[in-house]
Design a protein around this ligand. Structure first.
Ligand SMILES: Cc1cc2nc3c(=O)[nH]c(=O)nc-3n(C[C@H](O)[C@H](O)[C@H](O)COP(=O)(O)OP(=O)(O)OC[C@H]3O[C@@H](n4cnc5c(N)ncnc54)[C@H](O)[C@@H]3O)c2cc1C
Ligand code: SF4
Ligand code: SF4
Length: 606
């Protein structure tokens, strides 16, 4: 193998598994250390720069960081199952305990730069564009059909998961940057908007159409059948305050989980979720399923809806076919009838949560914006520009429904594209992030970070008592960690951003680091092709998605090979090394955001 080029910004970034997995590349270990140090406001601001909505995401994020967390990989044998650090819950702690951070927010631009940007929809994607561009002097106007900004975070995510005060606060920080918000204004024509002469238009209108289920009885019993996302909005606006006693929720995604839990709170005594395929295949996050079942909601799987049963328009139940999964020779799964009789489940009301689609009825097909055969805009995946270069798309409007953190990530990228485009630079050239690598050495055996890793299992977040939670639709269920539990959870983090850096020239091949490493990550061996090298290390490196760190040839012509997969970042190798060939250096990556640092003539990174 070639020696590893640690100057490649992606190399050490990939070692910080959580940050690498986060679409907005939030510097997770950095903020976790700040929480452990009681510096909640600093932790909040680190988050705010990346993900814009730490309080909202600390309650609702889809958490792609957690399955990636190294703690889960190295913890085999600890507790019932290896568990990642509770990264998302820690984010919430920073938001809950930060105090007043208004003075730390960027200031409104003192002078405008004369450029006008329109953002359609006030969801997380558009708000991120506005957050990044307004302080630079762009005049950003955000239009939304609803009276208040926030998009689906406000109108679809239920209050028992996300209090409205948290949305008001974090959306407020963005609007306070001098962003003009025009609420209650649905944009009906892209052509008319383009004629207003904006320098760029960002389309962040989400994926607002819930799929229906066109089976017998749908029309006749229509008064008792509702599209899940529309029903949730009606609950938010107070148009729906009660449900029938027996409610069926169709669908296996997070919307279905929000529907069933809301129905339970609005008087549904027998609320049941029914999914076509298997429980394990449901799209809902595991914790959403757990929460629903904890609230006494059964989930019935392998049932294909056949018909709504009714008596003169009054819904009486639903008929389902029982199926099972079968896998063909090509590995593809199909649902085949079990041969059991159809099942009739009695109900008074049905919530259909079987998917969401994009819809752009307001964009004329001759406006110059190309759409593909699925009705999605044709976009440059990096710049998010459409076939009209100054019209960009992001969030759910770009590639179909996803989640808040993806919408934020798109917002940052679109803001960079707009800033470069309007500065006369090519948006397709994406400037590299700013990277620093700083030694954490404070003495011979001392590091500036706490490398004494806690053996504790993941801490559980407390819940409001279920009897109480089910009585009110707006009572937050998760209570969040207190300061002391947050500290203990933060101590589980392995500081993956503090990197083991090896200097070939200083190594005397004494094997002291090999002997002390608790994870057997380090080997001194003859070089070879990667596949073969992986098999003959001190401990075989069997996870090919994680890199090997390979030095240049040493005096004996062997190389040092370190498996980045399971390293604890404990620093014992560096403490033990008699020559200082190993060092522990903190790697900080700042994604490039709109502003001077994203332009060609950029200042040197600090
Ligand atoms: C029930 C439900 C629960 C969810 N829970 C979570 C969760 O827990 N965590 C998570 O990460 N994600 C969750 N999501 C997904 C998340 O809400 C979306 O992925 C995210 O909000 C998308 O952001 P966005 O900025 O693309 O648009 P949206 O948040 O969808 O906002 C779009 C806005 O555009 C406005 N709009 C649309 N058309 C026009 C127009 N023509 N003119 C003016 N305004 C217009 C709409 O009124 C809306 O306010 C959930 C989604 C649903 C449906
Ligand atoms: S242990 Fe800490 S730094 Fe490492 S992946 Fe998990 S949260 Fe991130
Ligand atoms: S920091 Fe060094 S000693 Fe500790 S696990 Fe990693 S390679 Fe081994």
């Amino acid at each position: 193998m070639h020696p590893t080029d640690i100057r490649d910004p992606d190399y050490f970034h990939k070692v910080v598994d959580c940050q690498w997995a986060c679409p907005a590349h939030t510097p997770v270990p950095e903020y976790i250390r700040l929480i452990a140090a009681g510096r909640h406001a600093d932790a909040y601001m680190v988050n705010w720069r990346s993900n814009v909505f730490p309080g909202i995401l600390g309650r609702t994020c889809d958490r792609p960081c957690e399955p990636a967390c190294r703690r889960g990989r190295v913890e085999e044998g600890n507790g019932e199952k290896p568990e990642p650090v509770a990264i998302c819950r820690l984010k919430r702690v920073a938001a809950d305990l930060k105090g007043d951070v208004r003075a730390r927010m960027p200031k409104k631009a003192a002078r405008g730069n004369g450029r006008r940007i329109a953002c359609i929809g006030a969801g997380p994607a558009s708000l991120t564009v506005a957050r990044d561009l307004a302080p630079l002097g762009y005049q950003v106007t955000v239009y939304d059909a609803e009276a208040k900004a926030g998009g689906f975070m406000r109108t679809q995510v239920p209050r028992f998961r996300l209090p409205e005060s948290v949305i008001d606060e974090e959306v407020g920080y963005v609007l306070d940057l001098g962003v003009e918000f025009v609420g209650g204004r649905r944009i009906e024509s892209m052509k008319a908007l383009l004629a207003e002469g904006h320098d760029a238009v960002f389309v962040g209108c989400g994926a607002p159409r819930g799929r229906d289920l066109d089976i017998p009885g749908r029309q006749e019993a229509a008064a008792h059948i509702h599209i899940g996302i529309d029903w949730l909005a009606s609950v938010y606006f107070g148009h729906v305050e009660r449900v029938g006693r027996r409610v069926l929720v169709l669908g296996g995604g997070n919307t279905a989980m929000d529907c069933c839990r809301s129905a339970r709170r609005l008087g549904g005594e027998a609320v049941t979720v029914v999914v076509r395929s298997g429980f394990d295949e449901m799209k809902a996050s595991p914790w959403e399923k757990e929460d629903a079942m904890h609230e006494g909601i059964p989930i019935l799987d392998y049932r294909v809806p056949l018909a709504f049963e009714h008596e003169d328009g009054r819904l009486t139940g639903m008929r389902f076919q029982r199926v099972r999964a079968e896998y063909g020779a090509d590995g593809r799964r199909s649902l085949v009838p079990t041969g059991e009789p159809d099942e009739l489940i009695p109900c008074d009301e049905v919530l259909v949560a079987v998917g969401q689609e994009n819809a752009f009825p307001w964009i004329e097909r001759d406006a110059g914006i190309e759409f593909d055969r699925w009705g999605l805009p044709v976009l440059d995946k990096d710049t998010l520009q459409s076939s009209l270069p100054h019209v960009l798309f992001g969030g759910d409007a770009a590639f179909g429904p996803k989640n808040i953190i993806w919408a934020v990530a798109h917002g940052h990228e679109a803001a960079v594209s707009i800033d470069r485009l309007l500065s006369g630079e090519d948006p397709r050239e994406r400037p590299a992030p700013a990277v620093t690598l700083v030694s954490q050495k404070m003495g011979i055996h001392e590091w500036s970070y706490d490398n004494d890793i806690s053996p504790e299992e993941r801490h559980k977040v407390p819940w409001a008592p279920t009897e109480l939670a089910l009585r009110r639709i707006d009572l937050e269920v998760e209570l969040g960690f207190d300061d002391a539990t947050a500290w203990r959870e933060a101590q589980r983090c392995l500081n993956c951003d503090v990197q083991t850096v090896f200097e070939d020239g200083k190594c005397i091949e004494c094997d002291a680091c090999v002997d002390i490493c608790p994870m057997d990550c380090i080997s001194f061996t003859a070089n070879g092709p990667e596949d073969e090298l992986r098999t003959r290390l001190t401990a075989p490196a069997l996870n090919p998605t994680q890199d090997l760190y390979v030095s240049g040839p040493l005096k004996t012509a062997r190389v040092m090979v370190k498996d980045e997969d399971v390293c604890l970042h404990c620093g014992l190798c560096a403490e033990r090394c008699p020559t200082g060939a190993w060092d522990m250096r903190k790697f900080l990556l700042h994604t490039t955001q709109a502003g001077p640092s994203c332009r060609d003539a950029r200042p040197e990174a600090a």
